[in-house]
Design a protein around this ligand. Sequence first.
Ligand code: TRP
Ligand code: SF4
Length: 430
Amino acid sequence: MIIDPWGNQKYEYEKLFENFGIEKFSDELWKDFPNPPFFFRRNIVFGHRDFERIKEAIKKKEKWAILTGLMPSGKMHFGHKIVIDQVIYYQSLGADINIAVADIEAYATRGYSLKEAEKIAIEEYILNYIALGLKPCRIYFQSKNEDVKDLAYILAKKANLSQVNAIYGFQGSTNMSHVFAPFIQIGDILHVQLEKYGSLRPTLVPVGVDQDPHIRFCRDIADAHRLYSIVPQNGKVGIFVKVGENVKELLDKAEEAVAGVGKILERKDDYKAIYAEVDNIYKLDFELAKIERNYNEYAFILPSSTYHRFISGLDGNKMSSSRPQYALFLTDEPQEIKKKIWTAKTGGRVTAEEQRKYGGKPEECMIYELFTYGIVESDKELLEIKNKCKKGEMLCGECKKYAYQLIKEFLENLKEKRESARDEIKEYLS
Ligand code: TRP
Ligand code: SF4
């Protein structure tokens, strides 16, 4: 089983924990956050890697960064909105926000020219991001950032063709720009930790779960460039020097770093190892990475990630701009919205009479799913809708009318904000 970032598969989310080692995004992770947003409360963000590191940075008011990306192909729909909802929330918590426009990827994998990709990025995505409430931050185009492209090329040295094929299932006929696209994405993710872009700091990549192969790959590549490896074992940690040069010096410095966060148990020069007891492994990792920077400018803290569930299309399959009749776009006119909502798959019964008697099935209903993805903000109201549906007190016609009303108002408001966003766009594009 592979996850194909360019495919259109439906995911069995439960299997991803076992098969790929994605961690569950438990309530513990966000419970102390201010105003927890709907995507946490409703488990729409369901998985992560190393989110604890971010949580700690937030708690201790340390610097941390967000890096995520948008693929400028097709129109922005409600499924795309969920990433930016998260970015806006993290911005309110003090994250340094960086957004990559994946124009190289759109060129390599979707056949858009860079010019077309630019237009789509601005008209469809960036204007909507601002309209949705994103405050000034850094949005850049892959094709225009030399540091990202250089980093992609340089880091690619520690990956080989078999590895890439095993992760992505590339074929002999896959074009080489496409093969290189994951490296550009790695360049995106890690460049924010270059000196010029804010240096070493925890970096969170909020994405849909289809992007996990890139995250895994990026973490592997970042790890391959580290000089130390840190191996936790039975409450202790082993710190190993992975390289052949400067071993004694690196061990000396690691000893100093450990002194700040715990205590040394043993040093074994012939094993190139130090064994220690530390309470905070993230702090240790950070201190070691800082040491490494004096020897290697490509030492990075492994990026953290979160994964959200994809919103379904109105027919129950994945929402996608390639099937526009089943997607709700942020630029849809009220008439289109009405039509789409009217034909949406619901959890309703065949006849009104049956529905009054047996109730509907909100868990199978695309309208209800839209409500959960933020159209209805209040949990209390959401629960009321669910209960009324299940008891047959509300029929699908009425429910759809309400959904239409909410979405129409939301989109009309957004449209207005998009108009004024045009003047602000300069504050985002670097
Ligand atoms: N590959 C992403 C997509 O298809 C876009 C992207 C490019 C991205 N660079 C990124 C996402 C870096 C997260 C981080 O949507
Ligand atoms: Fe869905 Fe509403 Fe119908 Fe229930 S009443 S099945 S929530 S449309």
